[in-house]
Design a protein around this ligand. Structure first.
Ligand SMILES: Nc1nc2c(c(=O)[nH]1)N[C@H]1C(S)=C(S)[C@@H](COP(=O)(O)OP(=O)(O)OC[C@H]3O[C@@H](n4cnc5c(N)ncnc54)[C@H](O)[C@@H]3O)O[C@H]1N2
Ligand code: MOO
Length: 489
């Protein structure tokens, strides 16, 4: 077996091979043709579109792709799977009268007084005889109530009158049933045959999986988890496991981070490795990735450097249509979305910026919604909530998604909550002021440079901050802003 050292050496030698003969040209190369350095565009030809327009482009593509489904045996159902079919109740539940209490099945008309105990109906062993006035049958919770009985009296409302040391022979009903049907679940009380129980798009969790098993289905249609290839691009990247990082190189953190993100969102991420900034290699690597998935998320190589080839490769070498090549936002302005048919299948590429926070934020904001659609989600965007700023914040040139963690107000707990309900009960009115104070408080996670990956640590929201404008250069402590929820609060 290969040792860890040998593996690292092999990876490093592969990396060196990849970078020999780079196409960008440079100070050492003598050439008569214009190099990529001198011939590169000085302005981006891609307009920086507003977020809404970027979302519209993604939504237009979604209309063209239907999520795939499969039939899953109910015993294999997993939380998080999404139903691809409506499910109606195949039969009444319960199918016959069942007792709600441990007690005695009686005749309502008998009222209070002594009853002869003529048998029992317990779980799995129903009473099969018949019963008449003056008699009762001992029943346990969930057991079949004999047809001839029309009420149940709980054991607490009775006392024993006569027994033979083994069985109860006579009991006294101390409190007469208040109505016919007392403590009996009738057929269809829980669900009626034909009731719509689940609609398409229902996300299964423990309760739903329980119901599907309760009604006796064998298999149900669920959407398949979409596959997504994740690729890093860049000559400077080395595998994060490398022990020595050559000068000018860095560990590839985007790929593991995006693989983890897509896994946590319930998709099937596939590692498509690192591709160097060389046109021919990028084409091969991307085509290879399409052998595994129709959605590809790359990072790096989408801005203005001489090595930033991705947009050109997608458009000119692979013939894809670029729907947007820049978005007016931060972090992630050069985010790119391209689609096209390759190998008879519609392919979608999110070519995200290399800055680690930019690729992470754009994966949340752009790639996740498309993948959620493919996974069968009806709600494809993150939930938005209102939060209060813990500190004042300067606004930037572009609308910005700052990383923040939420502090839930102390008032939500214990005594203050009791006080809240008491006031609500006494006045009958919503406590507007208190509700306002109950908003979560957002703490920005330190420096927000797009390179500072540590700004993602502990973040559970992306604050949605407007760009600065005349008269609005900063927001004050305590001001309310919208936030996308990206992790459990
Ligand atoms: N002249 C201009 N320069 C830049 C612009 C611009 O509009 N004009 N845009 C800036 C913005 S905004 C962003 S965001 C970045 C995005 O650049 P690229 O997508 O081309 O990314 P790279 O140049 O390849 O890398 C940027 C940065 O991130 C590091 N990186 C890349 N991949 C990884 C990885 N897999 N793991 C960890 N770190 C990675 C890379 O080393 C660079 O430091 O462009 C600005 N420039
Ligand atoms: O949009 Mo970039 O992410 O500012 O660095």
């Amino acid at each position: 077996m290969e040792s860890r050292q040998e593996k690292i050496a092999e990876v490093e030698s592969e990396r060196k091979d990849r970078h020999s003969g780079d196409e960008a040209g440079g100070y050492s190369g003598q050439t008569h043709e214009l190099s990529a350095i001198v011939s590169r565009a000085r302005q981006s030809r891609w307009p920086a579109v507003p977020m809404e327009e970027a979302y519209k482009s993604i939504e237009a593509v979604l209309k063209e792709i239907d999520p795939c489904f499969k039939y899953e045996p109910v015993v294999a159902l997993q939380p998080g799977q999404i139903l691809a079919e409506k499910i109606t109740a195949p039969a009444d539940v319960p199918t016959c009268c069942k007792s709600i209490k441990d007690g005695y099945a009686v005749l309502f008309a008998d009222g209070a007084g002594d009853r002869e105990v003529i048998g029992s109906s317990t779980a799995g062993a129903p009473f099969t005889g018949s019963m008449t006035n003056g008699q009762c049958v001992r029943v346990s919770t969930g057991a079949v109530v004999p047809d001839c009985a029309d009420a149940v009296v709980q054991v607490e409302d009775t006392e024993i009158v006569k027994h033979d040391n083994k069985e109860e022979l006579v009991i006294k009903i101390k409190k007469a049933p208040s109505r016919i049907g007392q403590d009996i679940r009738k057929p269809g009380d829980d669900m009626r045959k034909g009731d719509l129980l689940f609609d398409v798009g229902c996300i299964l969790s423990a309760g739903e999986i329980g119901v599907i098993n309760e009604i006796g289905l064998k298999a149900v249609a669920v959407y398949r988890r979409p596959k997504v290839c994740v690729m890093s691009t860049g000559n400077e990247l080395v595998e994060s496991m490398a022990e020595e990082i050559p000068p000018g190189c860095i560990r590839d953190s985007n790929r593991p981070q995006l693989l983890a993100l897509f896994k946590s969102l319930g998709f099937k991420p596939i590692d498509a490795g690192i591709a160097p900034d060389r046109r021919s290699d990028l084409v091969v690597a991307i085509k290879n990735a399409f052998g595994y998935a129709s959605v590809l998320v790359t990072s790096g190589g989408v801005s203005m450097g001489e090595h930033d080839l991705l947009k050109d490769v997608l458009e000119n070498d692979l013939g894809l249509k670029i729907h947007f090549g820049r978005v007016w936002m931060k972090p992630g302005m050069p985010a790119t979305f391209a689609t096209g048919v390759i190998g008879a299948e519609l392919r979608c590429v999110f070519a995200l910026p290399g800055n680690p926070v930019s690729s992470w934020a754009c994966a949340h904001l752009f790639a996740a919604p498309l993948l959620r659609h493919l996974a069968g989600h009806l709600k494809i965007y993150n939930s938005r909530i209102y939060v209060k700023l813990a500190d004042g914040v300067k606004l930037g040139e572009r609308p910005e998604y700052k990383r923040a963690w939420l502090q839930m107000p102390d008032r939500m707990t214990g005594e203050m909550q009791d006080e809240f309900w008491k006031t609500r009960q006494e006045t009958g009115q919503l406590q507007k002021k208190e509700q306002f104070e109950l908003l979560p408080i957002a703490h920005i996670t330190g420096g927000q440079l797009s390179s500072r990956l540590a700004s993602t640590i502990g973040a559970n929201v992306l604050l949605e901050l407007p760009q600065k404008s005349d008269g609005l250069a900063q927001l004050e402590r305590g001001e309310i802003v919208q936030a996308f929820v990206i992790a459990p609060i």
